[in-house]
Unconditional design. Structure first.
Length: 409
């Protein structure tokens, strides 16, 4: 079943590419600021926790968050902090769903007494992760990297760079992917998520801060009326009571519930909006050491005029609905028909390829039998090689940690 869904997603992406159906990509606003005024040196902080990763390479540790962290419209309470300069929020550590101030092939050097420091600090409204004195495995001579990641309770992301010896595009990427930014992927159970949105930071320099704030999207609209009025790209699936473009993290769910054929742009009188208010937002907290939890939105029938919910558009620039009277979106039933045709063609080509493979294998077997019957016997020596590997496992005794694992990127 998972394989069938995976094939449907690939075919649907092809249909989107051919038909030009828009994919909502304005998930975050990105702002770069000079200086690192919010830097908190965790090595010297009495509440910071040094993770059991000092001597680890290509490893990670599971940590629990003190709050639900929204990422691409989905709430997460657990993360994986890796030795390679990034964190993962999915079950699988990969390069398709991550938050990475600087993901690269870092190695604990020197081997006898590594300098690298990886620590975490928990506040009531934020979590700060620091990668300190990090050295590249094959470019250790360039110097040490020091950077931090801050996750805000309301979904904001800050990446602070204290020292970056060389530009990111000059870091070797042969043994590990190199990236500064974030990536969202479709969850696929215990398989690598399929990416649908990646934001790469450019011109990462020492003593600089990148601030990423989530925008409100189709997924944030919780009733039919707000869904269809938010953007011409949004569609409302009545069966699962969710709004989506069909090209976000809900794509799998829409496929499983046939929402591409049932989604509507017209609300019926029976579609009753929920009582939860989704039109207000709270600014990102500014105190890195705040000990009090900011007020969360409470259910309300009407939105306060001066508030906006988590994930609402940043006032500068103002994000308006994407309605364009001069453009007409392709109807979902048409897309569904195209999807079925494309799937049928894909199935035909798979069957044809299988038949050709069987025929070719039979020809090879006959040819081999002919050659054996026409040549004297010879002795062949077959050497079997065995590849041994190991991973690093450890335990974090602090109450927020679970276990370590190996990173396979």
């Amino acid at each position: 079943m998972s394989l069938l869904i995976y094939i449907y997603i690939i075919v649907l992406d092809l249909v989107v590419l051919l038909t030009g159906l828009p994919n909502e990509q304005d998930w975050y606003t990105v702002e770069k600021k000079q200086g690192i005024p919010d830097w908190v040196e965790l090595k010297e902080h009495d509440r910071s926790i040094r993770l059991n990763l000092t001597h680890q390479y290509m490893a990670y540790v599971n940590r629990s968050l003190p709050f639900e962290f929204p990422f691409y419209g989905e709430d997460f309470t657990n993360i994986k902090i890796t030795t390679q300069g990034f964190i993962c929020l999915s079950d699988i550590v990969s390069d398709t769903q991550y938050i990475g101030p600087l993901a690269a092939n870092f190695m604990p050097l020197p081997a006898a007494k590594p300098t690298q420091y990886i620590g975490v600090l928990y506040n009531s409204d934020s979590v700060i992760i620091q990668w300190g004195d990090m050295q590249l495995a094959k470019q250790s001579s360039v110097g040490m990297f020091n950077f931090q990641l801050r996750l805000d309770v309301l979904g904001g992301i800050r990446m602070l760079y204290k020292s970056v010896p060389i530009p990111v595009d000059q870091i070797e990427a042969d043994d590990h992917f190199v990236s500064a930014g974030i990536s969202g992927g479709h969850p696929m159970g215990q398989t690598v998520p399929i990416p649908y949105s990646t934001i790469s930071l450019t011109d990462v320099t020492p003593s600089s801060t990148y601030i990423l704030k989530p925008r409100a999207t189709c997924i944030d609209q919780k009733d039919c009326t707000s869904c269809i009025s938010w953007s011409s790209m949004c569609g409302w699936c009545e069966d699962i009571q969710q709004c989506s473009t069909g090209q976000d993290r809900l794509k799998n769910k829409w496929l499983q519930n046939a929402c591409f054929s049932s989604a509507t742009r017209h609300c019926t009188p029976t579609t009753v909006p929920p009582i939860y208010n989704t039109s207000a937002s709270y600014p990102m907290s500014t105190s890195p050491l705040s000990e009090t939890l900011p007020p969360r939105p409470t259910p309300a029938l009407t939105a306060p005029k001066d508030n906006a919910t988590r994930g609402a558009p940043d006032p500068t620039p103002t994000h308006q609905p994407h309605d364009d009277g001069n453009k007409s979106a392709i109807s979902l039933p048409v897309i569904y028909v195209i999807l079925i045709v494309a799937s049928s063609l894909s199935f035909f080509f798979v069957v044809a390829a299988f038949i050709i493979l069987v025929w070719h294998k039979r020809r090879v077997s006959l040819l081999r039998a002919t050659l054996i019957s026409s040549q004297p016997e010879t002795n062949n020596l077959i050497s079997d090689g065995v590849s041994n590997g190991h991973d690093h496992n450890g335990h974090d005794n602090h109450h927020h940690g679970d276990h370590n694992g190996s990173v396979k990127c």
